[in-house]
Design a protein around this ligand. Sequence first.
Ligand code: ADP
Length: 321
Amino acid sequence: TTSHTVLSLIKPSGSLTLGNLLGALLPMGRQQDSARCFYGVADLHALTVPHDPGRLRALTTETATLLLAAGLDRSTLFVQSHVPAHSELAYLLESTAHVGELNRMIQFKEKGHGRPATRASLFTYPTLMAADILLYRPEQVPVGDDQRQHVELTRDLALRFNNAYGAVFAVPEIVTPPVAARVMDLADPTAKMGKSSAEGPGVIRLLDRPDVVRRAVARAVTDSDTGPDAVRPDREAKPGVTNLLEVLVACGGDPAGLTTYGALKAAVTDAVVATLEPLQKRYRDLAADPAHVHDVYADGAATARQVTAPVLAAARAAIGL
Ligand code: ADP
């Protein structure tokens, strides 16, 4: 059986959350048995909005270390900017894309359009994302609704380039990903728990200490239901309780027999702390040996440079460079 290629990049725009672990890192880990996995820290993508250089560097290292601590040690791990082919191919794709189609990107319209100080890289971001994908020639790209338009653009750019200059790119198929856990903000269970959210009481970070987790869960929004069956999932009517139940189960806890919100929160705290504890232990061990983490990422970048070099070379030659 030919193993397929899986690619996933995480932007170091904040400290990773429980949502990132349950919705991304653990599923990424499970792919390692059946696919050739390329996982990266997308530091270039973190430059599209105002940023602090020292914080970006620290978050890149922290995120890289967390990917390893989360068990992604059978993948090719790399930092995006250590593989210059990403920027180089992005420029060739900027020279393939039209301003009109980039202008139609909903994310750009929502985040940056019309503000003069918006960085140009936010506008061209979809061409860098297209380069990220096309360099690794994945057969399929599983994509949620928020990124679908960008992957459609990736396909359009690949096809346009191929038609104009020759068959350089494999045009990936867009597929619907298997439903992953979606963790909601504990303080606002109608919003996703996001790493880029301002420091909020409803976000659990992977490196949070047990007492911080306990406080966040204790403050989690529930509802005023006090009946004997108050602890039950109902996404519409009881989003806070539903989220807590899902987190509990995703962290290996058992919701059976829980009748009060106090008991539910105690169980959630225990399950989350038990899930984070081994991860934090591995993180501390890795952080104490930065040379090892550095070597893993140096090897990964070397592999990524090797794998992507033929695609970049073919694109350069085809376009006339
Ligand atoms: P964030 O919103 O935390 O900045 P990204 O958009 O960079 O995260 O997503 C990184 C990965 O983590 C993606 O695969 C995304 O689906 C996943 N992810 C992010 N937040 C959550 C969440 N609250 N629940 C489940 N998965 C999430």
